[in-house]
Write a protein that binds this ligand. Structure first.
Ligand code: COA
Length: 131
């Protein structure tokens, strides 16, 4: 199962020098993360007390802009709420316009930046949503 998610991950993040592999996803699951995946998409998140964090989300290029990520975001949010989260946080590359657009449409607001957070030197934008 995690092999297929790793393949989707690699296709979604072609710029990563070492994309997460099946073991990485297994370890995320073992460490308490939740994972939902389909044939062409995945989302990973974690709920810790009143806070949830989106770890990663991806949709294969062929099926983007069909509402898949929005649906995953809704499933994740429902689960986070059910498990006691009050706020969801995430970090996104300042240059990742599709993802920033997705999160904004899903109700997330920009609450800060982490300078030079990514391996490409870009800043991370921190976003959150109260649920
Ligand atoms: C970001 C990503 C997950 C979006 O997935 P998606 O299934 O295409 O998203 P949706 O179809 O649910 O789009 C929802 C909204 O997000 C915005 N959006 C998504 N992609 C966009 C793009 N390329 N340009 C502009 N807005 C975009 C739009 O507002 C869209 O609504 P609309 O189609 O009605 O205009 C996908 O592009 C992806 O996998 N990217 C590579 C991996 C990645 O960057 N993940 C996020 C890391 S933080």
């Amino acid at each position: 199962m995690y092999n297929q998610i790793a393949e989707i991950y690699a296709a979604c993040f072609p710029e990563k020098k070492r994309p997460w592999n099946a073991n990485d996803f297994q370890e995320l699951k073992n460490s308490g993360c939740e994972i939902i995946a389909s044939q062409n998409s995945f989302v990973v998140w974690r709920v810790t007390g009143p806070e949830a964090e989106i770890i990663s989300i991806g949709v294969l290029p062929d099926v983007r802009r069909t509402g898949t990520a929005s649906a995953l975001m809704q499933l994740m949010e429902n689960d986070a709420k059910k498990n006691g989260a009050k706020t969801i946080f995430l970090e996104v590359d300042e240059a990742n316009f599709p993802a920033i657009s997705l999160y904004s449409k899903c109700g997330f607001s920009n609450i800060g930046t982490r300078p030079h957070y990514y391996e490409n030197g870009n800043n991370a934008i921190i976003m959150s949503k109260d649920i």
